[in-house]
Design a binder for this molecule. Structure first.
Ligand SMILES: *[C@@H]1O[C@H](CO)[C@@H](O)[C@H](O)[C@H]1NC(C)=O
Ligand SMILES: *[C@@H]1O[C@H](CO)[C@@H](O)[C@H](O)[C@H]1NC(C)=O
Ligand SMILES: *[C@@H]1O[C@H](CO)[C@@H](O)[C@H](O)[C@H]1NC(C)=O
Ligand SMILES: *[C@@H]1O[C@H](CO)[C@@H](O)[C@H](O)[C@H]1NC(C)=O
Ligand SMILES: *[C@@H]1O[C@H](CO)[C@@H](O)[C@H](O)[C@H]1NC(C)=O
Ligand SMILES: *[C@@H]1O[C@H](CO)[C@@H](O)[C@H](O)[C@H]1NC(C)=O
Ligand SMILES: [Cu+2]
Length: 563
């Protein structure tokens, strides 16, 4: 509780500072993260988890656009740790991005590392999370970015704001869960509950007393800073009898969009306004999984709740909203294609065009000794390459010219063209086994890149939330079936498409993105279902240096961990 109140003090201190003119120049945010373990009780069971400063979810970081953020991470826990600042552009600070064995070696137990970066032209909500193994299940928190001093929001200033962090809870050690899955060649066990701000809520056993409550007064507008920190699931989110107005996604302003419910992919963040238009009462905020898998999706079919409580509404029974069915792909597609950028400058031409397929495959095991489908081992791949994590990070290898860590031959197109998403008849078994490798795609500095992410129907047909590090991108088109390079580009939105850092590629379909590769360094692109990441759904871009030191990657910061 002590750390919690420090957090609030920090927040109120920050808002106090903001009324002092000189604070416009006070642009350094210092924070200390102490990684440790903590015993907490959920679902009637005590469980030891890894936490930051003793909290689950971890502390909220508050900053303004243009601030320098310096976070000392001290690893007092039992596992290797890194922290990723999800969605932060990290312009020329690739070394602080955080994915283990991509931009740094892990911080081993007993050691520390200081992340130092600047927020550059970003406003809204982002988040931070562990980026190694399965630790982000409990090692995560919100990163709130206010506009620069004196600059208003592009909407009326809300009366107050609150974070809503969606997560997943295992009544087991998550590191054991993933180790067991990898050893057996199967997907990890499903979680036991979904959570809102760390609590499963009223509808789960032994959870009612701790249900998250959000206290509001009537006739106000509030800003909900929503983060989907869940490991393996996208969620529908709804509040009984209240409209939700989406104003930003992934810390990028969108045209205000009013809806009964939102869909939030794992990795995404969403700023949502609600107006408390009721006289009084209690209203559930409820979340349920969106599962798009046509061949028996795996998820726990439960509803997680928090309570929106109007002040003075003691003797009310909370009202429950009617949630959409778990497989409501029609809503998912409409919601994601309806969103538009508030301001945009989409690359109108492209220098580099890629098509990247993503899907599951199966490796054969000697004597069918694995426990995956047909005795094989489930793996994920991009363009038929299943990513192998190296033993030292790619960024150090690239910067110091160390050979043998990665190869530069990630294919620009899939090796085979077929009816990618076909389910009946099933795709031939000869397609199932991908190659393994640590392959990167090198991009010229400032090149305009178009990538079409194309889902496949090998083994499963499902939505994959793809996340690119170091760059935001415009989603210029989406559709079902095969992307058609002759007909689809004519329908791309090059005027006001949504800009994101994580896109949910439609189940059995494709999504086309565009961005300018203007951030030198090594950038991971991966599926933000952690169970998929762990099975090889990853690839890496290297953006070369541009002309002059301002367009080049600086040397590594002091104290960077070594392998
Ligand atoms: C919940 O709170 C009630 C009333 O304070 C108490 O009687 C009950 O034991 C609590 N339940 C749990 C599971 O802690
Ligand atoms: C999930 O639960 C809902 C309501 O509780 C029910 O209508 C639905 O059929 C269930 N779906 C599955 C796949 O079990
Ligand atoms: C596979 O099975 C055969 C016959 O049962 C056995 O001789 C062989 O040693 C096994 N190979 C492996 C790698 O387990
Ligand atoms: C895809 O399927 C359609 C009809 O089912 C067929 O006409 C077409 O040839 C197939 N394309 C490929 C590349 O296999
Ligand atoms: C992937 O590559 C393997 C090995 O080269 C090949 O056998 C398989 O057909 C390929 N699958 C796809 C979908 O490209
Ligand atoms: C932790 O990281 C170090 C340095 O990269 C590595 O040597 C060690 O094997 C890692 N430990 C585990 C359990 O992965
Ligand atoms: Cu995926």
């Amino acid at each position: 509780m002590a750390g919690m109140s420090i957090m609030f003090k920090l927040a109120s201190l920050l808002s106090l500072i903001s009324v002092i003119p000189w604070a416009a120049y006070a642009t350094v945010v210092h924070q200390k993260f102490i990684i440790g373990t903590q015993k907490v009780t959920r679902l009637c069971k005590e469980q030891e988890i890894v936490t930051v400063n003793g909290h689950f979810p971890g502390p909220t970081l508050y900053a303004r656009d243009n601030d320098n953020v310096i976070v000392l991470v001290e690893n007092n826990g039992p596992y290797n740790v890194t922290i990723h600042w999800h969605g932060v552009r990290q312009l020329r600070t690739c070394w602080a991005d955080g994915p283990a064995y991509i931009t740094q070696c892990p911080i081993t137990p007993g050691n520390a590392f200081t992340y130092n970066f600047r927020i550059t032209e970003q406003e809204g909500t982002l988040w931070w999370h562990a980026h190694v193994s399965f630790l982000r299940a409990t090692v995560h928190g919100a990163l709130v970015i206010y506009p620069r001093f004196g600059k208003p929001y592009p909407f009326p200033k809300p009366a107050a704001e609150f974070p809503v962090i969606l997560g997943e809870w295992w009544s087991a050690n998550v590191e054991d869960v993933i180790a067991d899955a990898i050893q057996r060649g199967v997907l990890p066990l499903e979680s036991d509950a979904y959570t809102i701000n760390g609590q499963p809520g009223d509808l789960y056993e032994c959870s009612a007393n701790d249900t998250s409550r959000i206290l509001v007064r009537r006739g106000k507008t509030y800003l909900i800073r929503m983060v989907n920190a869940a490991m393996n699931h996208a969620f529908f989110v709804k509040i009984a009898e209240h409209k939700l107005k989406v104003v930003a996604v992934d810390a990028l302003y969108t045209k205000p969009y009013t809806t009964d419910q939102v869909l939030i992919q794992p990795g995404q963040t969403m700023d949502v306004l609600i107006t408390t238009s009721k006289p009084s009462g209690l209203f559930y905020m409820a979340i349920r999984v969106y599962s798009s898998q046509t061949r028996g999706g795996r998820f726990i079919n439960t509803t997680t709740t928090a309570i929106l409580e109007y002040t003075g509404s003691i003797n009310y029974v909370p009202l429950m909203p009617a949630l959409p069915p778990f497989d409501d792909t029609q809503f998912a597609f409409k919601f994601s294609t309806d969103q538009k950028s508030l301001r945009s400058s989409v690359p109108q031409r492209v220098d580099e065009e890629m098509v990247i397929t993503e899907g599951f495959g199966l490796l054969t095991c000697p004597n069918r000794s694995c426990e995956g489908f047909m005795g094989g081992r489930a793996v994920g791949s991009f363009n038929n390459i299943s990513f192998l994590l190296p033993n030292i990070d790619i960024l150090q290898a690239y910067y110091h010219g160390i050979d043998g860590v990665f190869t530069r031959d990630f294919p620009e197109n899939p090796p085979l063209i077929f009816n990618y998403t076909q389910q009946n008849p099933p795709l031939p078994m000869s397609f199932w086994e991908p190659e393994l490798g640590t392959k990167v795609k090198v991009l010229k500095f400032n090149s305009k890149v178009q990538i079409v992410f194309q889902n496949t129907g090998i083994l499963t047909v499902e939505n994959h939330p793809l996340h690119l590090h170091g760059h935001d991108f415009y989603v210029v088109g989406q559709g079902f079936g095969n992307y058609n390079p002759r007909t689809h580009p004519a329908h791309f939105n090059l005027k006001d498409p949504q800009k994101l850092n994580t896109v949910g590629v439609p189940t059995g379909g494709w999504a086309a993105i565009r961005f300018t590769a203007n951030n030198p360094g090594v950038w991971l692109m991966h599926c933000h279902f952690e169970s998929h990441t762990a099975l090889g759904f990853e690839m890496v871009f290297i953006v070369e240096d541009g002309a002059g030191s301002f367009n080049s990657l600086p040397p590594p910061p002091p104290g960077l961990p070594h392998c």
